[in-house]
Design a protein around this ligand. Structure first.
Ligand SMILES: [Ca+2]
Length: 348
């Protein structure tokens, strides 16, 4: 008798809690989320060298070389380019590199390393007033990549929920969010705890965050896709006025780019990463989805986007079911490299 009474008190206590506002995360926030996140670093600059070892004699030649490495062991990185933007009094690179302030390494396979070098001639005695000086060598490496993120939503029917509650069980579902490699991360959170009752409405919030050391100024238009299961109904302003949503929109969008290879957003559509979009790629895109794409730029301020909110009604189902949401964002990213080369006058 005693244990039954205790059980009853526990059930009352738990059901009482479920309806209370969450003091840690706002009103009934579904803050319980199982996050798994891959590393932020992707393209790194390594072995940055000046040869010969500085100080360099006035008017002598020297080289600045470095390697870049694709740290991802699974995916290639596209459109890798180098550009020198400051070399101070040491001027433009000499010789064969004179015209190539901008170099193009194309694509880097998983874990591939590429070597790059600029040759310079140090200024002469006159140019440095016979005094020791130094040249900053500042450059950037730019590349294109796709950020990916997937989250799940648990849905339960009213009948199943009542069944469980009658048996003294409280259904619980902790959504997971798997966040892919690279400096730009997309995080999902939800407005309420799960599982969601069938036919009910839930908001999902997306935040795009730059966790790298480089520069990413804004989310370019037509680069952020958010995919919902087709059975989800988007309500209100879908994902806000900056988005357009339609059933199957991603494959429709990608079809337009068949055969072309020069637009950043198109790397989203090139599923087998050969620089061309064909029917195989289109077939590999998520099917039976409702897709939303941003038709306007979205600013990144202090390394974060504003919160993007999409409100959906989940389908009417029989029992319990898990659905998957995903987002992908094609972006260009700059990684900076810098060194300083000491120059000394020569005795004449
Ligand atoms: Ca392809």
């Amino acid at each position: 008798m005693k244990s039954i009474a205790l059980g009853l008190i526990l059930v009352l206590f738990l059901s009482g809690c479920a309806g209370m506002p969450d003091i840690f995360g706002g009103l009934g926030g579904g803050n319980n989320i199982n996050k798994t996140e891959l590393a932020s670093d992707l393209i790194v600059i390594q072995n940055l060298n000046v040869i010969p070892s500085p100080p360099i004699n006035a008017k002598d030649t020297f080289s600045v070389s470095f390697e870049i490495k694709n740290q991802d062991d699974l995916k290639e990185v596209n459109n890798v380019r180098y550009s020198l933007f400051d070399s101070g009094i040491c001027g433009e690179p000499t010789g064969s590199d004179k015209e190539s302030l901008v170099g193009n390494a194309g694509s880097l396979a998983p874990l591939e390393t590429d070597f790059y070098q600029w040759n310079f001639q140090a200024p002469d005695n006159n140019a440095i007033n016979n005094l020791p000086t130094s040249c900053p060598i500042r450059f950037k490496v730019n590349y294109s990549y796709v950020a990916e993120s997937q989250a799940d939503v648990g849905v339960i029917s009213k009948t199943r929920l009542e069944q469980l509650q009658r048996a003294g069980n409280t259904p619980s579902f902790t959504p997971s969010n798997a966040i892919g490699r690279g400096p730009i991360k997309i995080y999902f959170t939800f407005s309420s705890d799960m599982p969601v009752k069938s036919n009910n409405t839930i908001s999902t919030f997306l935040n795009v965050i730059d966790k790298g050391t480089g520069l990413y100024g804004e989310i370019g238009n037509y680069t952020l896709f958010i995919n919902f299961p087709e059975k989800f109904t988007l309500i209100d302003e879908q994902c806000g006025p900056k988005f357009n949503c339609a059933v199957g929109s991603m494959s429709d969008y990608c079809k337009k780019y068949s055969g072309q290879a020069d637009l950043l957003e198109k790397i989203l559509c090139d599923a087998n990463k050969d620089g061309k979009i064909d029917s195989n790629d289109i077939n590999a895109l998520p099917k039976d989805t409702t897709g939303c794409i941003n038709i306007e730029e979205i600013p990144i301020i202090k390394k974060s986007s504003p919160q993007i909110r999409c409100t959906v009604t989940v389908p009417d189902i029989e029992d319990e079911k898990t659905y998957y949401l995903s987002a992908s964002l094609a972006y260009g990213y700059d990684v900076n490299g810098e060194t300083s080369v000491d120059i000394k006058p020569i005795l004449t």
